[in-house]
Design a binder for this molecule. Structure first.
Ligand SMILES: [Zn+2]
Length: 572
């Protein structure tokens, strides 16, 4: 197929590639095929490039200057147009490329921390958790905390929350705090409970639960949602230098799986400061769209000077707020309209009052800020939608693009409200495939029809932005893509997929991981599709993810990740 560029563009291209206009003119000549290119004058040739641009979905080649796409088309035309002696060209060798992936909901510093803390993902029993925690002790200083993350009682034979006894025996002197996979519960040992001052008579804090022994009423060590802070506030806070290291380690992990932007869902003032410093120093390889957490007083301080929008070469944006309406389904903290099917009398936990959320949203909308509210259960989703409706009633002008983070369990009658109110559903396809073995027990068959209901939302006209919620799930967007299109686990189970009618097509899934993620950050005009004038945020893969067998998606590797025209990752 041949593409002809309009003559006006030809003129612009010819002018902009005059030698004196070329960045780096006079510098040394670079070898064709050298992947380490500067942020300008890069040409990608001979690819199978899916642009996401409905007007021109497939091209072979892309010319990039100053980080921005200047031309797309067939290799011959782009090569002839774009060539200057300074340009670096990369032969994609027929590989598949597409817009760089956006993770619309991840936790960057937390991923870095998880990468260096005790990894409890996949433990087969609480005994194994205790064993791994015990192995950590000889490496610790006197009294240092044993910290870990990733256990999931749903993976164990007994399937019930653990009791701290064995952990306390294994670690009598070191306080231990081991967080559940979803980050919404954790288990403390006796030493940690003692430091936290948690005794039999300690009341449950608002929005949290101290799990207790049904006989004695004593704490079992498991703390849910707001109760977690009874312990975590005593963990010596990590210093800024450590958080910075964690962010940089996570960044490396993310670009290696093809992510070019992350919406960091809930950051405090230290992280904001670090991101600004990294950005100024040119050390952000990935774009970060920050969502600030905190109560209204904190948020007023954070946004005292309004939103932070990046300068033309900046990578850090802060114009969004993260609120939390409830807990998570795995720990039965998600707020439901009716009782948990497997825990009569329990409807989960609402972690913020409607009035408080409304006050935050009204303030944010008036300040030109976005709000993304964590809502998992159908009650929390309804409350959040009610608040959004009230806060935007009668409003004119551009949409504030309010978001619901997770939107996991929806009452069927609330699904159409997303499109009607212009609310973005920020969802994580891998949550579905991680939760599917037990979601039915928590919810019962009837409520499953509104759970992880991507297709229903898309069909209603809503915009879905996909993410992973890493480190709760893997940061690999291709795992999310696989979950979105197959609704199967990595062993291909269940055969036929779980509630398959809710799956996405591949084109839809790519959209939710690219341009709709960009939309959720007000950036669809500058990224998410590959067309002239857009940022050159591109991922090159070793397989065509629009074509290969679903199982092959899990074996697809990133060949190169390009952010703003700079190759930030390539396979060795
Ligand atoms: Zn999250």
């Amino acid at each position: 197929m041949k593409f002809l560029l309009p003559s006006i563009l030809l003129t612009i291209l010819a002018a902009s590639w005059m030698p004196d206009a070329a960045p780096g003119a006079g510098g040394q000549k670079r070898e064709v095929g050298d992947l380490i290119a500067p942020s300008s004058d890069l040409i990608l040739l001979n690819g199978k490039v899916y642009t996401g641009d409905p007007g021109r979905p497939w091209v072979e080649a892309i010319a990039i200057r100053n980080g921005v796409i200047q031309a797309v088309g067939d290799s011959k035309t782009v090569r002839n147009l774009a060539w200057s002696s300074e340009a670096v060209s990369i032969d994609l060798g027929g590989r598949f490329a597409c817009p760089g992936f956006v993770d619309a909901h991840g936790h960057v510093a937390s991923l870095g921390r998880t990468m260096r803390s005790l990894d409890l993902v996949g433990t087969g029993s609480f005994g194994e958790v205790v064993k791994r925690a015990g192995e950590r002790i000889p490496t610790l200083a006197k009294g240092e905390w044993v910290l870990g993350r990733g256990w999931d009682q749903n993976d164990w034979k007994e399937k019930s929350f653990p009791h701290h006894e064995a952990l306390s025996k294994a670690s009598p002197d070191h306080p231990a705090w081991l967080v559940r996979i979803d980050g919404h519960a954790g288990i403390a040992n006796a030493r940690a409970l003692e430091i936290a001052g948690i005794a039999k008579e300690t009341p449950d804090p608002e929005g949290g639960r101290i799990v207790r022994d049904p006989g004695s009423g004593a704490a079992t060590g498991v703390l849910i949602d707001a109760a977690m802070s009874l312990v975590t506030r005593h963990i010596p806070s990590m210093d800024k230098a450590q958080i910075r290291k964690d962010i940089l380690a996570a960044q490396s992990a993310c670009i290696a799986v093809g992510l070019t932007e992350i919406h960091d869902a809930g950051i405090g003032s230290t992280e904001i400061e670090i991101y600004r410093e990294l950005d100024r120093a040119g050390l952000l390889d990935i774009r970060i769209y920050g969502m600030a957490s905190g109560n209204l007083a904190t948020l007023r301080r954070v946004f005292a000077d309004g939103p932070i929008l990046p300068d033309p070469n900046g990578r850090f944006t802060l114009r969004s707020i993260k609120a939390v309406a409830d807990g998570a389904l795995g720990s039965r903290g998600a707020a439901l309209l009716a009782d948990y099917a497997d825990d009569p009398g329990n409807r989960g936990l609402m972690t913020i009052g409607k009035e408080e959320l409304l006050e935050i949203v009204q303030w944010a909308v008036q300040k030109g800020l976005q709000v993304g509210t964590h809502a998992i259960g159908d009650a929390a989703n309804r409350m959040t939608l009610d608040v959004y409706e009230e806060a935007t009633r009668g409003r004119r002008g551009d949409s504030p693009r309010l978001r619901v983070e997770h939107a996991q369990v929806l009452a069927p009658e609330d699904i159409s409200r997303f499109d009607r109110l212009g609310v973005i559903a920020s969802m994580q396809p891998t949550h579905c495939t991680s939760d599917m073995p037990w979601a039915g027990q928590r919810l019962g068959a009837a409520r499953l029809s509104g759970a992880y209901a991507w297709r229903s939302l898309l069909q209603s006209g809503a915009r879905v932005a996909s993410g992973s919620d890493f480190p709760v799930e893997s940061e690999n967007p291709l795992w999310g893509f696989y979950a979105a299109v197959s609704r199967k686990d990595h062993d291909g189970k269940p055969e036929g997929g779980w509630n398959l009618s809710e799956r996405m097509t591949r084109e839809e899934a790519i959209r939710t991981f690219t341009v709709d993620g960009a939309y959720a950050a007000f950036e669809e005009g500058s990224k998410g599709t590959l067309a002239p004038g857009m940022w050159a945020d591109i991922v090159v893969l070793d397989k065509n993810i629009l074509k290969v067998e679903p199982a092959e998606l899990l074996r697809t590797r990133v060949w190169a990740t390009i952010v703003g025209g700079k190759v930030v990752y390539r396979t060795r």
